[in-house]
Design a protein around this ligand. Structure first.
Ligand SMILES: Cc1ncc(COP(=O)(O)O)c(C=O)c1O
Length: 445
């Protein structure tokens, strides 16, 4: 623990909890029965207000991509905030052009021009508006089980009932089937047949519930909040062919899957060898500083001729964080690290599945790994109760993980991509102990 910060440890935990309940909207509930008050973080360690340390395997929802308070990010931010803290999009800054150049160097194919905002939600909004302007169309096909953010448009794109407070309040958004294999009703279907099925569903969606001329097909490469649903090989090639054949664009959401997280590639979509027309990024891009980015080809970017600004978009402090984060990621090779540490984590999770009948599936890519929890493996009935019990048990063991899935029955992991081999082993040990705690408690009644 950093001794300089000792004063904040043992701050009035009860007061923070009471004030949170009193002064903040209740719509964004914290994890755990008793919320956790965090006061400090370094690398893969987070420290709570009682001075207890945790191994952080969720990274503030896959966002502290190179670990809490990475010294190079801290240094660049400190320097920038004391030099020039704000400009707006009315002025140029070197930090912003450096980040845009770095993105164009690692983004797939011809994606080379970026627009910066403050969140994934805004990056999604920018992408959808741009696709509508480019095509002169207004309908969008998204995927069921998607999560796309919290604005009116993004909650309409989102397709998990608990995250859709306004329901289908915007016209023109239709949802095709999620590439979610685990609960696909037909048994024994191979990848090719599954992709055929999904392709026919997309075609039928376009030809039945749109005017046949959608502006875009919008998809996460790995459906994150849904519990790390990984589409089968060949999936995006087919979907993109279909949307291009009817004159629409492919918008790829890399908010969770980007920057090496899926292992071996900078962006998840590269595993399918497909070039998106527009791609959105956020979360891990600036190691926790609020940055959203939408990247596209110049001929698409140039159709946005209406005036627009973003007061904070491309803010010099956030861009300093982004520039430092991307530099560290390139030097440390986060794609290869995620591949190696991800396969270590995956092996451990698969072993764990062998020991617990209520782990229905292990899935994910790279350092994006999840456990779908069920009543029993044969029936596959979602088990949110055991998920809650495991979440609390991991906390007891000093391990932070996340929850996802439409039924709240998926445990999600996404540690810093600089996590060490020893830390992955440590996390697996803690998880094993947590699973044993769950088994010995009477969660099943
Ligand atoms: C895939 C995806 N897209 C978009 C968003 C929205 O990002 P933000 O919360 O930064 O607005 C999220 C957030 O979790 C996400 O997971």
């Amino acid at each position: 623990m950093n001794p300089a910060n000792k004063a904040v440890v043992n701050s009035d935990t009860a007061r923070v909890k009471a004030d949170h309940a009193k002064y903040l909207f209740p719509c964004a509930p914290p994890l755990y029965g008793e919320p956790l008050v965090l006061v400090e973080g370094h690398g893969t360690t987070a420290v709570d207000s009682e001075g207890r340390e945790y191994l952080d395997f969720f990274s503030g929802i896959l966002t502290t991509s190179i670990g809490h308070c990475h010294p190079e990010v801290v240094e660049r931010v400190r320097e920038q905030v004391g030099t020039l803290g704000h400009t707006s999009t009315l002025y140029l800054t070197e930090n912003q052009t450096r980040v845009a150049r770095r993105l164009s160097e690692i983004a797939p194919g011809r994606l080379s021009q970026s627009f910066f905002t403050n969140s994934g939600t805004e990056a999604v909004e920018t992408a959808v508006m741009l696709a509508c302007m480019y095509t002169g169309r207004s309908e969008v096909i998204a995927l069921r089980r998607a999560y796309s953010g919290r604005s009116v448009l993004a909650t309409n794109l989102t397709a998990q009932a608990p995250w859709r407070p306004l329901g289908s309040s915007l016209p023109g958004i239709k949802h095709a089937m999620s590439p979610y294999r685990y609960r696909f009703p037909i048994e024994g279907v191979d990848d090719e047949a599954f992709v055929d099925y999904l392709a026919r569903d997309l075609e039928e969606t376009i030809h039945t519930v749109t005017d046949g001329k959608p502006a875009a097909f919008f998809a996460e490469t790995v459906q994150g909040a849904a519990g790390y649903i990984v589409p089968p090989p060949g999936y995006f090639q087919r979907m993109v062919e279909i949307i291009h054949d009817c004159g629409g664009l492919f918008i790829c959401d890399e908010v969770q899957a980007g920057f090496g997280r899926t292992g071996g590639k900078w962006f998840g979509i590269e595993h399918w060898d497909v070039e998106p027309d527009i791609m959105v990024m956020a979360k891990g891009i600036a190691n926790g500083f609020p940055v959203g980015a939408t990247i596209t080809r110049p001929e698409i970017a140039e159709v946005w001729t209406a005036k627009t600004i973003s007061t904070y978009g491309g803010n010099p402090v956030c861009m300093a964080a982004g520039d430092a984060t991307l530099e560290v990621m390139a030097r440390e090779n986060t794609p290869d690290r995620s591949r190696d540490r991800g396969s270590q984590l995956r092996r451990g999770l698969e072993e764990l599945m062998g020991a617990h009948e209520w782990i229905g599936e292990v899935r994910g890519m790279g350092l994006m790994q999840a456990l779908e929890l069920v009543e029993d493996r044969a029936g596959k009935e979602p088990n949110p109760e055991v998920t809650k019990a495991l979440l609390e048990a991991t906390r007891e063991e000093g391990l932070l993980v996340g929850v996802g899935g439409l039924d709240g029955n998926v445990i999600r992991m996404g540690p810093s991509m600089l996590v060490s081999e020893a830390e992955v082993d440590d996390a697996l040990d803690r998880l094993r102990r947590a699973c044993r705690r769950v088994d010995s408690a009477s969660w099943s009644g």
